[in-house]
Write a protein that binds this ligand. Structure first.
Ligand SMILES: NC(=O)c1ccc[n+]([C@@H]2O[C@H](COP(=O)([O-])OP(=O)(O)OC[C@H]3O[C@@H](n4cnc5c(N)ncnc54)[C@H](O)[C@@H]3O)[C@@H](O)[C@H]2O)c1
Ligand SMILES: N[C@@H](CCO)C(=O)O
Ligand code: NA
Length: 819
């Protein structure tokens, strides 16, 4: 024998009921013995409550509500049953029954009162109507169905509105009834009866309870709860998009999950089934072939001990603290007694072994009452100053990981707190019962979604991590980066288990934020079609409000104001990767603050492409420093564009034409004057100096320019080019002077001791920078360990592909760090 139960929205509309009929037809055809429990049609219980409260308030609009109720059922009959005697019989029976309800409501209207006892009777019409209509429908398709009013078998006390079941009487009645009735029993959920034939109800989740009681009474081989979701999921799918069905879980785990608001099952319903060790299946009426979730004594055989993740959306945390609590037996008894007397339910409790403070969580509405109760009971101690006034913290949530085998696996809580920490989520309080069935953490409410997703990823998707990217600036580097990500996405998914989701994008005109992800295949179109004007403050605000796990901010602009947002971004525990040198080359104090903030928030601030583009310059320098080497000197050709320009300046083409060429090849800054003035190189040597620990400011870098007078005063980039053109002879002479000595021109940056300088030099063939070509950068580190023969990093140090690749690699590194 199997007990099936269909409820709520899965019996909402006639077409859904037809789906159920076809499921039951298959059952019948398979020869299985089964009985089926139905709840009222979706929304009907609420409408019955509404019409009786209207009637009780003397409002005659209860009549309209009743008419709608009656019509809904008659319509269902016409839709579900073919024309003929069965339909007529059903319609007549239901009409008769509804006549009784109508009179009952009139009675309520007259006496202006709907007692709990009356209400139970009123509500019974919901289940009685639905189950009867479905019984008749099943008969019409050839299934030998029989209507069973559960009041005949389920016995309770007279606690109307949520009666207590008498198990012995119920099980005996069930067994007897089923032995005498061999047709397929279609049973009303939720309702029962007390002595004297009084109608009672079983409280919330009552229809599931009915199924569980029948299952226990009949020693069923299984109970199937059919609903509109695919079993119990690892987390609430509305909050965690990647939640998936838990194939198997234990009764205890199911209890824990449902305590935490997994609405699929209601804990008391599980008790009778649990006592009899009857497996319970949660199945989806929309997807009847999907196995759903099996709840039994067996736990899942998966490799994680965590079965699910859940949360309580809104709680307040109260803390009683003070020296007066230490070593005084009975303190907690007094506190909790007083809360109990005020009718306050406690959701979570923690006390550290110093016994200095007891914290407990309650529903937000109970917070004030709880505070009063606690302050009252400790009034004497508070007065004497040995207990502090009660602290109340609001706007909190509880997230919990649940699983029966967690107690056998070390490292679970480590992973829990690591996932929270890396996403900047503060644990306000922690509770773990010694049963270790659940570890609960109180966190700020605004972080609830992020926490659920981060934990879900940590425990269920360790081989698939989603990084959420917010990209500002989609010029040369930004657009190249997006194209590289587009091409590499499949590899990242398969080989690194990493998914790069672009959730925010901005150029200087428009911006777009979509937490579900922007289609990277058509990112240009998506951004162009966005109706939102670019606004950095708004963009950063949206990024903060989205509060997504593993968020990374990528600044691909040369904007000098964006850096002002970096502190706020890092403070929100969002990592940053940027080729933009502004933040690292502005004030030393800001540079230090950014680095400190990243460390404090446990996130990353990366800018390798600031020097030598994709070449490993900063990371090499850090490795040298970290391993205890001492930097004696750094020399370098640090500008890709100037390198290209001087490498190609052989007297055959005019200087301005080569500069234009470098700009078109994407080597120069958006404004090439930044390169030619030496400013860009100055920033780079400044950054390297700071990385070695020297507190240097930009004005400390001695910069000797090589441009002719007036060039830097040009009003625009175009004017600048005009001046370069006018001054062709000047550059030609510069070249010739070096060439006659067999030398070439290079802009060289040097850091020695705490002195940094930048200038153009004419160098001969014995100089290591002599042989550079293309846009090569070359950085020469002379250190204690690399003293005789220095360490050299060399290669193209500017250009779209190599720079974007450098940023891309940093994003991956941040992703790995966050895992
Ligand atoms: N080109 C290289 O080889 C190279 C190498 C290393 C580092 N960088 C750095 O990379 C950055 C980008 O360089 P690029 O060559 O791609 O320049 P680019 O001019 O092609 O791109 C920058 C883009 O950012 C946009 N932008 C500017 N301010 C913005 C704002 N406030 N909000 C949104 N968008 C904004 C601009 O409209 C432009 O499209 C610069 O900081 C540069 O120093 C470039
Ligand atoms: N404009 C820069 C880009 C790399 O930072 C250069 O030419 O080196
Ligand atoms: Na680099």
């Amino acid at each position: 024998m199997k007990v099936l139960k269909f409820g709520g929205s899965s019996v909402g509309k006639p077409e859904r009921i037809r789906g159920i009929v076809s499921i039951l037809k298959n059952y019948y055809a398979s020869g299985d013995h089964f009985t089926v429990v139905f709840s009222a049609f979706g929304g009907v219980t609420d409408s019955l409550i509404e019409m009786s409260s209207l009637a009780a308030a003397g409002d005659d609009r209860y009549g309209e509500a009743f008419q709608a109720f009656a019509k809904r059922h008659q319509d269902a009959i016409s839709e579900l049953l073919p024309e003929g005697s069965l339909r007529t019989e059903t319609a007549t029976q239901i009409r008769k029954s509804h006549e009784v309800l109508k009179n009952l409501l009139y009675g309520v209207f007259l006496v202006r009162e709907a007692s709990a006892r009356t209400m139970d009777y009123v509500l019974s019409f919901g289940e009685r109507s639905s189950s009867y209509i479905i019984t008749q429908t099943l008969k019409s398709v050839g299934i030998p169905a029989e209507f069973l009013d559960a009041r005949k078998v389920i016995r309770t006390d007279k606690k109307f509105g949520g009666a207590t079941v008498n198990f012995d009487k119920t099980y005996a009645a069930v067994r007897k009834y089923y032995s005498e009735h061999t047709d397929i029993q279609i049973v009303t959920g939720f309702i029962a009866s007390a002595k004297g034939g009084l109608t009672t109800t079983l409280g919330r989740g009552g229809s599931d309870y009915t199924a569980s009681l029948l299952g226990a009474g009949l020693d069923a081989q299984a109970i199937e709860i059919w609903t509109d979701v695919s079993g119990v999921l690892t987390a609430d799918p509305r909050r965690v998009k990647k939640a998936f069905t838990i194939p198997k879980m234990t009764y205890a785990e199911a209890m824990e999950m449902s305590h935490f608001g997994a609405k699929v099952i209601y804990p008391p319903t599980l008790m009778p089934a649990l006592h009899k060790r009857i497996p319970l299946y949660i199945k989806n009426t929309f997807e009847p072939d999907f196995p759903g979730t099996k709840v039994s004594e067996e736990s899942s055989d998966g490799n994680t001990a965590v079965r699910g993740i859940s949360s309580i959306n809104s709680v307040a945390l109260l803390t009683v603290s003070g020296s007066g609590l230490f070593g005084v037996p009975g303190t907690s008894a007094r506190l909790f007694n007083s809360l109990a007397q005020s009718g306050i339910n406690i959701i979570l409790i923690t006390q550290g072994s110093s016994e200095h403070a007891i914290s407990f969580a309650v529903k937000p509405d109970d917070a004030d009452g709880a505070r009063r109760a606690a302050e009252e009971v400790f009034a004497y101690e508070i007065d004497r100053g040995v207990v502090n006034p009660v602290k109340v913290e609001r706007e909190l949530s509880i997230v919990a990981i649940i699983g029966e085998n967690m107690r056998e696996q070390p490292g679970i809580s480590g992973r829990l707190f690591q996932a929270l920490g890396k996403n900047g989520i503060n644990a306000v309080a922690i509770a773990q019962g010694s049963s270790e069935l659940n570890v609960s953490v109180v966190i700020p409410k605004e972080d609830e979604n992020k926490a659920l997703n981060a934990l879900h990823e940590a425990f269920f998707l360790s081989d698939s991590k989603t990084l959420h990217l917010f990209i500002v600036g989609v010029g040369l580097i930004g657009s190249t980066l997006l194209e590289q990500v587009k091409k590499q996405n499949a590899y990242l998914r398969e080989r690194l288990g990493m998914e790069l989701k672009i959730v925010g994008m901005s150029n200087s005109r428009k911006m777009l934020v979509d937490v579900d992800g922007i289609d990277i295949e058509n990112w240009q179109e998506a951004l162009n079609n966005s109706g939102t004007d670019a606004d950095l403050a708004v963009f950063v605000g949206r990024m903060r409000d989205a509060n997504l796990s593993n968020s990374i901010f990528v600044d691909n602009t040369a904007d000098d104001k964006i850096a002002n947002y970096y502190e706020g971004i890092l403070d929100e525990s969002i990592s940053i990767s940027t080729p933009n040198k502004v933040s690292t080359s502005s004030s030393y104090a800001q540079y230090l603050r950014l680095k400190a903030l990243a460390t404090k928030r446990g996130v990353q601030f990366r800018y390798e492409t600031n020097v030598g583009a994709g070449l490993p310059v900063i990371s090499t320098l850090r490795d040298l420093m970290d391993s205890g080497d001492r930097i004696r000197k750094i020399e370098g050709v640090l500008s890709g564009s100037l390198s290209y320009i001087f490498n190609n300046f052989d007297g055959t083409k005019p200087f301005d034409a080569i500069v234009m060429d470098a700009k078109q090849k994407g080597f120069t800054e958006p404004d090439p004057r930044v390169d030619l003035s030496g400013k860009d190189v100055g920033r780079k040597i400044l950054i390297l100096a700071r990385e070695t620990g020297i507190p240097m400011e930009s004005e400390d870098v001695s910069l000797v320019g090589f441009l002719p007078e007036g060039a830097m005063e040009a009003a625009s980039v175009a004017d600048f080019f005009s001046i370069l053109k006018e001054k062709r002879t000047y550059f030609q002479e510069l070249y010739a002077a070096a060439a006659t000595e067999g030398k070439v021109l290079r802009m060289i940056a040097t850091l020695e001791g705490d002195q940094a300088s930048v200038g153009v030099q004419a160098i001969g063939p014995q100089n290591p920078f002599f042989g550079l070509s293309g846009s090569d950068n070359m950085i020469v580190f002379t250190t204690d360990r690399y003293g005789e023969r220095p360490l050299v990093v060399r290669g193209p140090g500017a250009g779209a592909e190599v720079t974007a690749a450098g940023v891309f690699a940093e994003i991956i590194k941040i992703g790995k760090f966050l895992s």
